[in-house]
Design a binder for this molecule. Sequence first.
Ligand SMILES: [Zn+2]
Length: 429
Amino acid sequence: MLEMNRNLVLNVLRTGAASRAEVVRQTGLSPATVSLIVSELVESGLVNEVGQGKSSGGRPPVVLRLDDERNNVVGVKLMRQGISVAVTDLRSEVLYSELAPLTLGRSRRREAAGSQGGFDGQTVGPGPVLESVSVAIERSVARAGLGLDQVVGVGIGLAGLVQPGTGVCRYSPPFGWENVAVAAPISDRLRRPVLVDNDVNTLTVAEQWFGRGQGVDNFIVVTVGEGVGAGIVVDGKLYRGAGGAAGEIGHIPLADQPAPCRCGNSGCLEALSSDDAVRRYVAEALERGEQSALAGKDDLSMAALRHAAEAGDRVAIEALEKAGRMLGLGIAGLVNTLDPRLVILSGEGTQAGSLRSDAALAVMRQRSFAGIGRKVDFVVDSTDDVAWARGAACIVLGELFSPPIRRSIELTPIPKRPSRAFADREPSP
Ligand SMILES: [Zn+2]
């Protein structure tokens, strides 16, 4: 109960400064309860008592605000193509963001730049990758005008299976990693707590905090691109499953088909609806001798496919629509399982135009049980990499804003210290 009340108070302060009376009014909690929670938050260093609000006659009220000066967070989306970093304040406002290059071994950079955008089954040594991430974080924090001592924690999202609360990546197809400690080396170097999560989960938290999922208790985010995945929010909480693998919908066995999947099985949803699946449908049509402007093109990009489809190329149109119908079957299964209010379709694959998403929506509506799919709101949200990184920052904020006893890692607000002007006069260590 206290935890819920604490979140109510924090949610008021996340939208801006407020007096105790305003917090009481907005939360509906008793003045005594608000006083108790506020004292604890001020004590912990998350909330400051500042200035004086507008007086209504008597003693002017003290205004409460989140302490953004001492407490900031960093979110990272780690991809084969680069590192997206966002430095945010406690209200998840982005202070600075950048897309930094990722250092891979010399022989591997060529693979990462290939038309498939990675996912070639090659293992990438974690050392240089994690060092690149640390360097990008240090640089971004400096460019935001902050010191690392003003960062409460770092959140990192990457594609793959992450064991909740351990910072260990059990399996990551783009990097070929198995059981790689991602959090520890970065945390050791930066001397900051580091949380790691699946990247679709970080995007889902971004949608929940400042995107289309705001105020929606039950929704799913489906991402499509080189892979297919989902983030699941049930009763207002991100659902990770027993071992962190919830939402791996790309590997729902959809059909008894020979379509090979990079997980080693075949007929998976991902193998039938991802960008690679679209390319395979095009190749199959060309093999059958169908006429297309795409004939003879080796590196088939999604942009080229979209261009061809928009110019009326039947092979391109049918490939995108077929992938969309398969995606719709997968989403219908998810809708039947979870009965969400909202489905958000995202991921880089949404940039290939609306043919795949339109087909997915039609099939989801048609094939869900008892018409529940017709009541689901469906939106396409082509978020950029900064939104994913910002979501990773929100995962840290979510931990920070939860009571210490519920936190999965040690995460404490930065303690109060002498004002900076005073600290500047002290000899440096
Ligand atoms: Zn699979």
